[in-house]
Design a protein around this ligand. Structure first.
Ligand SMILES: [Zn+2]
Ligand SMILES: [Zn+2]
Length: 236
């Protein structure tokens, strides 16, 4: 199980089906240390909720809730849909390639887009699901750029759980991060509540690749918070 899940959607994403408090109750039941609420950016119809960002505090001291967002890459220049008004309240910024961009580009173009976005936006902490088959990415080149900027690459449990990405591609991604020494975040990308904290689809792959545990930023609560805290200065 993921002790500190850094990629969780709520009803504030068009594709999310649970409230923050329902997810919190489930996290408590599972004995999780915490999770990050990371609803989609405006480009994918995410509803950014002012009181959540400005006022919400976890009512449960045992389970920490971080405030995050899953941003979208907007163009080749590295522009992303981060809501600048909320940035001071945001703990963690995820960034991924999503259906707002063209499906007709090639691997180099998608890789360049992500790398440009990492360079242009120091607030980005984690690149989500680069093994989405709709947007092929050069994992090694991405891992090198991510490492240079202290950014983690996500290993997404849902993509494997629902067979939306081939296991071989996830293995290739893990091996690229291992060989380059790039940080990884193991996340559930929860939409439905039973997915919270689940890493059962990717855990065997990490084992098979002999992936160094110390490169996993959310291997426990302390390391997750240390990673996020260490990047706090970039949120402005
Ligand atoms: Zn995504
Ligand atoms: Zn997501």
């Amino acid at each position: 199980m993921i002790k500190f899940d850094l990629h969780v959607h709520t009803i504030y994403s068009l594709c999310g089906i649970h409230t923050v408090l329902e997810l919190l109750a489930r996290a408590k039941e599972l004995g999780m240390a915490g999770f990050a609420v990371t609803d989609h950016g405006l480009t994918l119809g995410g509803r950014l909720n002012n009181p959540f960002f400005e006022r919400f505090k976890s009512p449960c001291p045992d389970v920490k809730i971080l405030k995050g967002i899953e941003c979208n890459v907007l163009d080749q220049s590295g522009k992303i849909d981060i809501p600048r008004d909320f940035i001071e309240f945001i703990d963690v910024v995820l960034l991924g390639l999503h259906p707002n961009i063209s499906l007709k580009l090639n691997r180099d173009a998608y890789t360049d887009m992500l790398i440009a976005a990492i360079r242009k936006n120091p607030c980005v902490d984690i690149i989500t699901h680069p093994n989405d088959p709709h947007y092929p990415v050069d994992y090694r080149r991405l891992a090198e750029a991510a490492k240079a900027h202290g950014v983690a690459i996500e290993l997404n449990n849902s993509k494997i759980l629902y067979a939306r990405s081939e296991t071989a591609c996830a293995m290739e991604l893990i091996e690229a991060c291992r060989d380059v020494g790039c940080l990884m975040a193991v996340n559930s990308d929860t939409h439905a509540i039973h997915e919270l904290g689940d890493d059962s689809s990717v855990r065997p792959l990490l084992k098979a690749a002999n992936f160094p545990e110390e490169l996993i930023v959310n291997r426990n609560e302390e390391t997750a918070l240390e990673f996020i805290g260490g990047r706090r200065a970039n949120k402005k």
